[in-house]
Write a protein that binds this ligand. Structure first.
Ligand SMILES: Cc1cc2nc3c(=O)[nH]c(=O)nc-3n(C[C@H](O)[C@H](O)[C@H](O)COP(=O)(O)OP(=O)(O)OC[C@H]3O[C@@H](n4cnc5c(N)ncnc54)[C@H](O)[C@@H]3O)c2cc1C
Length: 345
């Protein structure tokens, strides 16, 4: 069996792992966190179950749809019924696009993490292992955390492009491809994002929508979701949870602001936007995403054309756009290209 290491057990790395494992490769994933899923994650705190990163999964191409509805389907899967409405920089709220709102908005009763959990079953994942650099040898790849972890014949890197670029910069190659790899990776750009969860008692007033999105990018809030609308399990009956995702400019400006100083400003902006007299939230949670969503993509075809012959490939949302279904589809695609390349060589 040929051995493949995958750095990153986000949705793209998990999808690639299954395709390679199906094809008979011995796959090991390395994940710096203690659970799989990356930005498609869930927090469980104080009786709340909430998704601080990706909010739901759109219906994509048949490859990702069949993963969600068939191969990794679980009874927990839900389609968020209420629509998403829109608002502008002045806070004016109006109905969203009926065509977009007719599409499924998939999630899971117990959190978006349920998909990654299900996809992680049957895979060899080494958690809490941050890969600091790799070394190309004449027979494959050595992976290093603080020290050498293991050698593999092949390597797939499934992490955000800026993190991949830093890893490659710190790595050693037998062939002079490092600067060319970094040039390709560095064309991707990510926006940072601060996500703030606000728990209220009593529950905020029910609305005709589940979430609001800012369409002109002129508001400090880019997304506001009534998280308890996803499923009854998401919040105790007498409470409600709002998730405010702050705009990139606001997030950059407040990146180093301590949570205690950040939260009151977010609470006030939420109250003003929805024009509702809410009590001060009794629960808060702040998540900072340095690489939230790519604003500019890198070209995976160019990059992998350079690296595949060396038994190295890259996948993830940096190449296709910041969506869970796109990350899954890219993992599937790159794993297929990888298998094709090594069948030929
Ligand atoms: C706030 C926010 C809201 C979003 N909203 C939506 C949405 O509503 N719908 C949607 O479809 N998408 C949404 N997205 C985007 C979506 O979450 C991502 O596009 C997708 O999850 C990316 O998957 P990935 O596998 O490419 O990368 P990631 O999820 O980033 O996975 C990479 C994994 O690699 C690990 N890792 C990184 N470096 C190393 C290392 N050196 N060693 C070991 N492990 C490492 C990370 O811990 C992570 O688990 C949102 C994202 C954010 C942050």
């Amino acid at each position: 069996m040929s051995s493949v290491a995958i750095i990153g057990a986000g949705m793209s790395g998990l999808a690639a792992a299954h395709i390679l494992q199906d094809a008979g490769y011995a796959v090991t994933l390395f994940e710096q966190k203690h659970n799989p899923g990356g930005r498609a994650t869930t927090h469980k705190r104080d009786g709340f179950i909430f998704d601080p990163g990706a909010q739901y999964i759109k219906q994509g191409a048949p490859d990702s749809v069949s993963f969600i509805t068939d191969r990794f389907s679980i009874p927990d899967l839900i389609d968020i019924a209420r629509p998403v409405w829109i608002f502008d920089g002045s806070g004016h709220i109006q109905e969203g696009d009926p065509i977009l709102n007719a599409e499924p908005k998939w999630n899971y009763r117990h959190g978006l993490c349920m998909l990654a959990k299900r996809m992680g079953e049957g895979l060899d994942i080494r958690f809490e292992t941050h890969i600091a650099h790799v070394q190309q040898t004449h027979i494959g790849w050595n992976l290093y955390a603080y020290q050498l972890i293991r050698s593999f014949e092949y390597l797939i890197i499934a992490i955000p492009a800026p993190a991949a670029s830093a890893l490659i910069q710190a790595s050693h190659f037998t062939h002079d491809i490092r600067s060319q790899i970094c040039t390709q990776l560095d064309t991707a750009r990510y926006n940072p994002l601060i996500s703030v969860a606000l728990g209220y008692r009593p529950r905020p007033t029910s609305r005709p929508y589940y979430a609001l999105v800012n369409t002109d990018r002129q508001h400090p809030i880019s997304w506001l979701a009534w998280e308890h609308e996803k499923a009854p399990e998401r919040a105790p009956a007498d409470t409600g949870l709002l998730i405010a995702q702050m705009a990139p400019s606001y997030s950059i400006e407040h990146w180093d602001t301590p949570d205690a100083d950040l939260i009151p400003g977010v609470v006030e902006r939420v109250r003003t936007l929805i024009d509702e007299e809410l009590p001060y939230p009794f629960f808060t949670d702040v998540q900072r995403w340095p690489y939230a969503l790519p604003s500019d993509k890198a070209d995976a075809d160019k990059l992998n054309a350079l690296t595949l012959a060396h038994g190295l490939a890259f996948c993830g949302d940096a190449f296709v756009g910041g969506r869970v279904h796109l990350a899954i589809e890219h993992g599937i695609l790159v794993a297929g290209q990888f298998i094709g390349q090594h069948a030929r060589s």
